[in-house]
Ligand binder design. Structure first.
Ligand code: DLL
Length: 426
């Protein structure tokens, strides 16, 4: 059962609500954020011009650079006195993106998170062990807010401290674990080393997000922990976790809470909308954020969007799992390679563990790409290397200069934060 009736509202009703909220959002941005007033004037759009959700296409885009340039609070639409919460996300370069919430914004977040947890199959009777990081990162407190709103129990353990995580899964009988996919894998390995079989514990669901993962990784998590792994998506600039989630019933795409966030998919080169179902860059507009209204945010995340009805009964559009980002692109010797391409080829091979790293270096004037993969127990090193090379040669335009196969556990694990697998040393 959905958490809220809006989740199954007829699409016509949803569009009416979106139109109304979009106009309010544009008005808030126009009246209270000089940055947006200027951009909207340039685009020749006034808030009163908005009377359909499709009018979103007339609005200017907002980018990561805009957040950085407007650091710290140039995009805020309210005074500091009305800000109830600040979060921030730090990229690898430049200033952090600072985001703000009013009281009402936090309440909206609680609701979309409670809906998301419900869609993932969590109920008020469950105990949720929240292993996303607390603090400026939105993962910890976002999940926390949703569990509280839903009335479920929460263990705010945060990231890391893996031995204790496993003890708590066992001793406190957590039904649900929330963490990054890479951490779920790490936890599974650590449990094995500790002689704990998580499959025999009450744990039923792991809610994974905050970083991309492949289907083989998801299968490994499900197999090793004896759980259903549900994909949750979100980003600080829009609200945090809770923008979209898979429904446990169908698990075919992530429902975007469209009464709160307006999704589009555009061609990353031209910015033009792509056909429904085609891949492109996800663009999101907040429909009811007071402290930080965001118009047409270029997320950089590559996905698809469908409005086809879902068997779970929810009418909200579904986006595909995010496997890569526009800025993941590596240009090696002038040739484009996405790490996710390498990942999906390699991790599908038998005998290869769901762990890898890519190192790009410049030797003299030449770029080199080194791929390190980890073999599974019992797999033969030479055989794995040969198969990895063959699989990559037939799918990629650029072959790795070196393929190194390391024994099980040979790739360093990361117990907190988002996993880093690509190291560009150039
Ligand atoms: O990662 C919010 C979050 C917390 C989502 C916990 C899910 C669970 P940021 O740190 O701002 O916020 O990073 C947002 O992470 O643009 C994507 O590139 C990536 N990302 C988030 N969820 C997924 C996912 C949080 N399910 C950025 N699959 C986004 C793939 C994801 N990538």
């Amino acid at each position: 059962m959905p958490y809220d009736d809006i989740e199954t509202a007829p699409r016509g009703d949803l569009r009416d609500l979106q139109a109304e909220r979009l106009r309010d959002a544009v008005e808030n941005a126009y009246e209270n954020v000089p940055f947006y007033r200027e951009r909207l004037d340039e685009a020749g759009v006034a808030p009163a011009d908005v009377d359909s959700p499709d009018d979103v296409r007339e609005l200017p885009f907002t980018t990561k650079e805009d957040f950085r340039e407007e650091y710290p609070d140039g995009l805020f639409a309210v005074d500091h006195a009305d800000v109830e919460r600040i979060h921030a996300s730090s990229g690898t370069t430049g200033k952090p993106k600072v985001v703000a919430y009013t009281d009402d914004d936090v309440q909206v977040w609680r609701e979309v998170m409670a809906r998301s947890l419900t869609a993932a199959g969590v109920s008020a009777d469950d105990m949720v062990q929240n292993a996303y990081g607390y603090g400026l990162f939105t993962g910890g407190l976002g999940i926390q807010a949703g569990t509280e709103e839903l009335g479920a129990g929460v263990i705010p353990i945060g990231g890391g401290d893996t031995a204790r995580q496993i003890e708590f899964l066992r001793d406190l009988e957590s039904d649900v674990l929330t963490c990054t996919p890479s951490y779920a894998l790490y936890l599974a390995e650590t449990a094995r080393e500790m002689g704990v079989d998580v499959r025999e514990l009450p744990l039923e669901t792991v809610i994974i997000g905050a970083e991309p993962f492949t289907e083989p990784m998801r299968e490994e998590i499900e197999r090793e922990l004896g759980v259903t792994a549900v994909d949750i998506y979100g980003l600080s600039e829009i609200i945090g976790p809770g923008v979209s989630i898979e429904c446990a019933e169908v698990q075919d795409g992530l429902h975007v809470w469209e009464d709160r966030f307006l999704p589009e998919v555009v061609d990353p080169e031209t910015g033009d909308p792509v056909e429904e179902g085609e891949r492109g860059e996800l663009v999101l507009t907040t429909l009811s954020k007071d402290a930080l209204p965001v118009l047409r945010y270029r997320t950089g995340d590559i996905t698809t969007l469908t409005r086809d009805p879902c068997d779970c009964g929810r009418t909200h559009a579904r986006m595909g799992n995010v496997r890569g980002r526009t800025d993941d692109l590596l240009v090696v010797r002038g040739i484009n390679v996405y790490p996710s391409q390498i990942e999906s080829v390699v991790l599908d091979l038998e005998g290869v563990a769901p762990q890898y790293r890519i190192d790009i270096r410049r030797e003299g004037r030449l770029d080199t790409l080194e791929l390190t993969v980890e073999r599974r127990e019992g797999a033969d090193t030479d055989d794995v290397e040969r198969r990895v090379r063959e699989a990559l040669d037939s799918t990629l335009d650029v072959s790795p200069d070196d393929v190194t196969v390391v024994p099980p556990d040979g790739i360093e694990r990361q117990a907190t934060g988002k996993v880093q697998r690509v190291f560009d040393h150039r």
